[in-house]
Design a protein around this ligand. Structure first.
Ligand SMILES: Nc1ncnc2c1ncn2[C@@H]1O[C@H](COP(=O)(O)OP(=O)(O)OP(=O)(O)O)[C@@H](O)[C@H]1O
Length: 531
């Protein structure tokens, strides 16, 4: 028991020791906890101090801002008052604006109306002056025509060419007057003969020199005048050279078209122009279209059904052209047609009359005034007197037709120059077709082509007589009848009275799109042997 008591005492002592250890442990943990609480308390206080300090700074800034805003408010108040006043003023103005606008519109309308009236009356005045100017211009032109004669005749002598050969027959038989460019001398069978025309061009004259002589006629077409330019003369005398020329040295046709295009362009701000071209041929008194799709078709000249008395050719193709390039295309097209039609185009060309008809239609943009002028460029058939040299068959028939139409042309020109009441336009297709362009205010220029060589002197003599006769028919009534009798075909073959046929033009086209030719205005282009 004692043992048990002893062990129990020992156990109690161990337990007491253990409890003492726990208690000291607890005490230490308690101390630690107190320390940590102390440190936490310090942290909290520090944080509170810092937050307080920041809050104080911010508070100070807010106070300062508030003070600034207050100051601003104080300064904005007067501005706000002004704005309110302005706003109210504007509101009043907006309310009164429709009335003001109406009033302003009324006064502006009245001012514009007055200005329009002034402009109108100015325009009327200008229009009146313009019309008077136009009339004056036309009067001047007519006066010029009257003074100069509306029919002029010039001669052009071509140079001696290789084709003239050599020897006495190819010697030069034509000379000129150094002091007077309207005189030409011919040595015919040893006798000198002189002629006076309106102007004579020697072989040295250039294409441009000749064109200068016809330039004014060409431009008058833009003002609504009709013009005829003829090349007359025996085969090989240079008619086609003068009218068509070569690629390097173009003749009247191309230069005229070029001039028309440039003149029309210059006037483009005031006038609207359209230029159309037609080309026709008269062979054995049959009229045919050189630009048509059916070159064989015979055309007739008819009276316009509108009762205007104007003539027209139903079916004659008319191409509208705007540039030399368009002309190239038109004539290339016509030429292609013809080369397939004739085995010997050159010969055929020599025996037919070729006409290039250029029509210039204009509208004055400001007045609506319309003008139409026609420029007829005619390469006549060779004038040689084949019949006298004993031609037969178809050659004789051709010659008869040529002589008949050239005589008829001479008759018409003579009648016009002498201002006869009756002009025999209907005696040939050529004169009938050109009736509109030969009468009235129209102008005519005949270029008589002359071969200079000895062997051609008979034909040259004949051509120059023809030319001088055309020119010498006086304009005055006293002399009116003096020369008329000589127009019957003494030198041409006898011919029968012309059948009576006449003609408006149709078939307007724009230029075809074929290949280009180097010779615009070439309706009678001669084929080169190699072609
Ligand atoms: N002024 C000139 N300058 C240089 N050569 C010219 C001149 N006039 C004509 N010729 C030349 O003379 C030749 C005959 O001229 P062209 O063919 O023009 O005569 P034509 O009168 O038209 O003949 P046809 O009646 O056969 O048509 C051509 O070779 C042409 O080039």
């Amino acid at each position: 028991m004692e043992q048990q008591l002893q062990s129990s005492h020992q156990l109690t002592a161990r337990l007491r020791a253990q409890i003492a250890m726990y208690e000291s442990e607890l005490e230490r943990a308690h101390g630690q906890m107190l320390e940590e609480m102390q440190s936490l308390e310090e942290d909290k206080n520090r944080a509170i101090e810092e937050a307080f300090a920041r809050a104080q700074v911010e508070m100070k800034a807010v106070h300062e801002n508030l003070a600034g805003v207050r100051t601003n408010l104080l300064t904005l108040q007067p501005a706000l008052r002004t704005l309110t006043n302005d706003y109210n003023g504007l509101k009043r103005q907006v309310r009164g604006f429709p009335l003001l606008l109406q009033e302003a519109l009324r006064s502006v309308k009245a001012e514009i109306g007055q200005a329009i009236e002034e402009v109108n009356s100015n325009n009327q005045e200008l229009l009146r002056k313009y019309r008077r100017e136009l009339q004056l211009r036309k009067k001047c032109h007519n006066e010029l025509v009257r003074l100069k004669g509306n029919i002029r005749v010039i001669a052009r002598v071509r140079p001696v060419t290789k084709e003239d050969g050599e020897g006495p027959e190819a010697t030069n038989a034509v000379t000129f007057d150094a002091d007077d460019d309207s005189i030409i001398h011919l040595l015919h069978k040893g006798k000198p003969v002189s002629f006076e025309l309106d102007k004579v061009f020697s072989p040295q004259a250039s294409q441009q020199d000749v064109f200068q002589e016809v330039q004014a006629l060409v431009t008058s077409c833009i003002d609504g005048f009709n013009v005829c330019i003829f090349a007359y003369g025996q085969t090989g005398a240079g008619k086609t050279y003068t009218m068509e020329g070569t690629a390097e040295n173009p003749g009247i046709n191309q230069r005229a078209l070029q001039l028309l295009f440039s003149e029309v362009q210059e006037k483009a701000s005031d006038w609207e122009y359209t230029i159309t071209v037609s080309a026709a041929e008269i062979y054995n008194e049959v009229l045919r279209d050189l630009l048509g799709k059916e070159p064989q078709e015979k055309l007739e000249i008819r009276l316009c059904p509108d009762g205007s008395g104007q003539l027209y050719v139903p079916g004659l193709t008319e191409f509208q052209v705007q540039s030399v390039d368009d002309i190239n295309k038109v004539f290339e097209f016509g030429h292609t047609n013809r080369t397939t039609e004739f085995t010997n185009l050159n010969e055929h060309s020599s025996r037919s009359h070729a006409l290039l008809i250029v029509t210039v239609r204009g509208v004055d943009c400001s007045t609506g005034l319309r003008t139409t002028g026609k420029l007829n460029l005619v390469d006549l058939a060779g004038s040689e007197r084949v019949g006298k040299s004993g031609a037969e068959g178809s050659r004789l028939r051709e010659a008869q037709h040529i002589n008949k139409s050239l005589s008829a042309l001479g008759d018409v020109i003579a009648a016009l120059r002498s201002r006869q009441g009756h002009v025999p336009f209907r005696n040939s297709k050529l004169t009938y077709l050109l009736q509109d362009s030969l009468s009235g205010d129209s102008k005519t220029l005949m270029v008589v082509q002359v071969s200079p060589v000895e062997k051609s002197t008979s034909e040259t003599l004949y051509s120059l007589k023809f030319a001088e006769r055309v020119r010498s028919v006086e304009l005055g009534p006293g002399l009116r009848r003096a020369e008329l009798g000589s127009w019957s075909s003494q030198e041409h073959l006898e011919w029968e009275p012309a059948c009576q046929t006449p003609q408006p033009s149709a078939r307007a086209h724009s230029a075809p799109s074929s290949g280009t030719s180097s010779r615009p205005g070439s309706i009678r282009r001669k084929l080169q042997p190699s072609a």
